[in-house]
Write a protein that binds this ligand. Structure first.
Ligand code: M6R
Length: 607
């Protein structure tokens, strides 16, 4: 979603701001802009890719202080006047903003009564005008006074024509990180933009304002109290990674899965004890034994991984568990049982819906830990405890390697809790051994993925596509359907296989593509009966099945064998792979923008 960059130093700001904005492109956006200070404010904004903006600023506005932004439209259509930065009416103050000012309508009405004319449809534009209203020479105090009137969430950066050597930034619920260079300071909403420029960074906390110069920064809380934060090393994983020899980030990330899974599992399964060690979830055995239930909260792909995680908690540890879409959780006034443990699952660590759910748990005195990919992200910091899944930076909007790493981390957590509660040494060892063997299975499958193109042709020609599976394979079916919607824009539905006959089967007619996920587990025979039911009505069937299952293969129009896993809980780590590849190939066949599908953002920072 929206991205912020800022620079104060002696170098030309524009090339650095553009580089930062390019690194934020993966988050999804529809317009971009920069404002640079030197003898006034120079503003350039363009709809479309950062490349359009780069062309427009070919004659660089001079200046060593500037702010930049990529906008993902929320309030107001995609148009240049709605792109950031926004200016006050004297064009002496420029603001970029992430997230949403909830009381913008009230502030706008107040400012209009005072004669201010608005030039955009955005919620953001109230900020430069409000800051101007309070500006009496001190930029920090003007921003503070303005923000005291604001309700909602924000990460903002403000440039003042009167103060060419400083930037002001502030956050409430939307991340900002500062990076220290040699005689220069960088600002960004995502540490990915700082890689290569700053080794040491400082994360701003909610309701804090910072005055930034080339040499230093000065932080105060909104209530005026001065504070300091320690510098942190920028995570080494944040090395800017290109596409390598792959045509798209998505394909590269699919093929990185053997390695990302190795990283996730490394050092965490303790074979001689038949258990596991997850540093961030290091609850004493007596506490693990007393957990009354586990609630897993996430959105999109992270929700699908959570469904597998809940099954792992119940089956390996016999702890009652549920997974819930984070965006719904806090709005139903959930009961937070003090013995419960909540796990917030997120790739980006910035998803506003998931952050909202975490705060709900915390507000009610509950325990919540993160299962997060992005090191230092808001969710990791808000939870304080948890595990990193270590899949490495995921750039494609469609999540692939993060899903398998999330599932793997949750299976390790299930093993750890299970061994403390009910699993015997040998059961724990055999599960742990199988888990450690998964990266090799994934590698073997990806080397010879089977009839992906035939499956992709079938689904890309369909009016709509059904995905189904049972148990954890239903979570995989949901994930496969989400991938195909996102990457190929093909309408899809996913159902637990047996539900088909309770209504959805009415939609099946000759040639409707159906993708069935049927590993050789206890649900296999029943799922294959459900396959027969749709086949009898003319559906064209793609079956993802365990290699050697000749009966399943013979039922399918397109059969895709995957390596055998003995525990059905582990099967999602292999059955999801062909579904990722089918979505990718269907997207290519339909000429879609694979890495940046329309309307989507990598990091969904608004509710
Ligand atoms: O960063 P998160 O894991 O919290 O993101 C949650 C969803 O927005 C995300 O999984 C989304 O559904 C992906 N685009 C799926 O490919």
């Amino acid at each position: 979603m929206c991205g912020i960059v800022g620079y104060v130093g002696s170098r030309q700001a524009v090339p650095l701001l553009l580089e930062g904005l390019r690194r934020l492109e993966y988050r999804g956006y529809d317009s971009a802009g920069v404002a640079v200070v030197r003898d006034g404010l120079h503003l350039v904004r363009r709809v479309g890719p950062v490349a359009n903006l780069a062309k427009a600023v070919a004659v660089e506005p001079p200046g060593g202080t500037g702010i930049g932004h990529t906008r993902w439209a929320t309030h107001g259509v995609v148009a240049e006047p709605n792109a950031h930065p926004h200016l006050d009416s004297t064009s002496r103050i420029a603001v970029v903003h992430n997230a949403i000012i909830e009381n913008h309508a009230a502030i706008l009405a107040l400012l209009e009564q005072e004669g201010i004319q608005f030039r955009s449809e955005t919620d953001t534009e109230v900020l430069p005008h409000l800051i101007r209203k309070f500006y009496q020479g001190d930029p920090v105090e003007a921003v503070r006074a303005a923000l005291l009137l604001v309700q909602g969430t924000y990460g903002i950066a403000v440039a003042f024509a009167d103060h060419p050597d400083v930037l002001i930034a502030a956050r409430n619920g939307s991340p900002l990180v500062l990076g220290k260079g040699e005689g220069e300071t960088f600002l960004a909403s995502d540490p990915q933009a700082l890689a290569g420029h700053a080794r040491q960074v400082m994360y701003l906390e909610d309701r804090e304002i910072v005055l930034i110069t080339a040499e230093a920064w000065d932080i105060t809380r909104l209530d005026g109290v001065r504070i300091t934060h320690a510098l942190e090393e920028l995570a080494t994983e944040l090395v800017w990674s290109g596409k390598g020899s792959y045509a798209h980030h998505m394909l590269k990330e699919i093929h990185e899965q053997p390695e990302s899974l190795r990283r996730c599992l490394s050092g965490r399964v303790v074979l001689d004890q038949g258990g596991a060690k997850l540093g961030g979830l290091d609850l004493p055995p007596s506490e693990i034994a007393n957990i009354t239930r586990v609630g897993l909260l996430g959105c999109g792909t992270s929700f699908h991984a959570s469904l597998v995680g809940a099954a792992a908690m119940e089956n390996l540890a016999r702890i009652p568990a549920f997974a819930e879409v984070a965006s719904e959780f806090r709005h139903r006034n959930p009961v937070i049982d003090q013995g419960a443990l909540f796990l917030a699952v997120s790739q980006s660590g910035e998803t506003a819906d998931t952050l909202g759910a975490i705060r709900e748990v915390q507000l009610k005195g509950g325990r919540v830990m993160g299962v997060v990919n992005s090191v230092g992200s808001s969710i990791a910091r808000t939870c304080g405890h948890g595990v990193y899944v270590h899949s490495g930076p995921e750039i494609a909007v469609a999540s692939t390697k993060a899903f398998t790493s999330q599932v793997a981390a949750l299976l390790v957590a299930g093993l750890m809790f299970g061994r403390t509660r009910i699993l015997g040494l040998h059961e724990g060892q055999s599960f742990g051994r199988e888990l450690l063997g998964v990266p090799e299975l994934v590698e073997r499958y990806l080397d010879a993925p089977g009839a992906i193109d035939a499956a992709a042709e079938l689904v890309s020609g369909g009016k709509y596509v059904f995905f189904f599976g049972r148990g954890v394979s239903h979570a995989v079916a949901m994930e496969g359907a989400l991938k195909l919607k996102e990457v190929a824009y093909v309408p899809c539905m996913s159902y637990p296989a047996a539900e088909m006959k309770h209504g959805p089967i009415a939609l099946i007619d000759a040639n409707t593509p159906v993708v069935a996920v049927v590993p050789d587990d206890t649900m296999r025979d029943k799922t294959l009966s459900n396959v027969q039911e749709v086949k009898a009505r003319g559906a064209r069937i793609i079956i993802v099945h365990t290699e050697g299952d000749v009966y399943a293969a013979a039922l399918a129009d397109v059969s895709i064998p995957v390596p055998r896993t003995h525990s059905s809980l582990i099967s999602p780590l292999v059955t999801v792979l062909p579904l990722q590849l089918i979505a990718y190939r269907a997207g290519i066949m339909l000429d879609r923008d694979i890495d940046r599908p329309r309307n989507l953002a990598k990091s969904v920072t608004v509710e």
